[in-house]
Design a binder for this molecule. Structure first.
Ligand code: GLN
Length: 199
């Protein structure tokens, strides 16, 4: 069987780590840096962690936002991690986890294909980064590394909760879309990437 080709958004953030996991699993990462890269052949997508406002603006300026949205709406499997979850969300809480209220431009939605509300920097300043292990639907216990992470404060129609940490929703799925608060590419477990490859 030919190696699965996975488009990895590579404009900002933790994309190289995702690529390394994909290679370990025998899949071929396709770096998406500009609109013309979207014409390359790939049948799955990873939106990495990083800074969602920066990523969203670059995607818009490069003309990648609309074509990516269309591919997702047509059913391409997508894994959004951390900032990637924020790019997917169709609603963003107007108040951040650290209590700061940011302007609409910074809390805007981007791809808006995933029916969830997310709170950015949901753990506040004190708990900027931490690790835990929690049950994940269908996968057993999964290590989770959080870095200035969002969590999901409301799930919309058709969205199922896959994992919680401390009572907060940190993993969801809606059909072809998986959104995670944490960074699976930073832990040795490859379960999450195997899940994406199985879709
Ligand atoms: N805090 C970042 C944001 O709001 C997300 C952090 C991350 O991706 N690790 O975009």
């Amino acid at each position: 069987m030919a190696a699965a080709k996975v488009g990895v958004l590579a404009v900002q953030g933790a994309f190289a780590e995702h690529e390394a996991v994909l290679r370990r699993l025998g899949a071929e990462p396709i770096e998406l840096r500009q609109a013309s890269d979207l014409e390359r052949s790939f049948d799955r997508l990873i939106l990495p962690g990083g800074e969602s406002t920066a990523q969203g603006k670059v995607l818009r300026d490069l003309g990648m936002l609309d074509p990516l949205r269309q591919r997702i709406q047509e059913g391409m499997p997508v894994l959004g991690t951390c900032a990637g979850l924020i790019l997917l969300a169709d609603h963003i809480d107007s108040v951040n986890g650290d209590g700061s209220r940011v302007d609409d431009q910074h809390n805007s939605t981007w791809l808006a294909t995933l029916p969830v509300t997310v709170r950015r920097n949901a753990y506040g300043r004190q708990l900027g980064s931490f690790r835990t292990e929690q049950p994940f639907a269908g996968l057993g216990t999964v290590p989770m590394t959080f870095i200035r992470a969002p969590f999901v404060t409301a799930v919309g129609p058709g969205t199922e909760v896959l994992a919680e940490a401390d009572g907060n929703v940190v993993a969801v799925r809606n059909g072809n879309q998986i959104g995670l608060s944490f960074h699976p590419e930073l832990d040795p477990s490859t379960l999450i990437h195997e899940l994406l490859l199985s879709l």
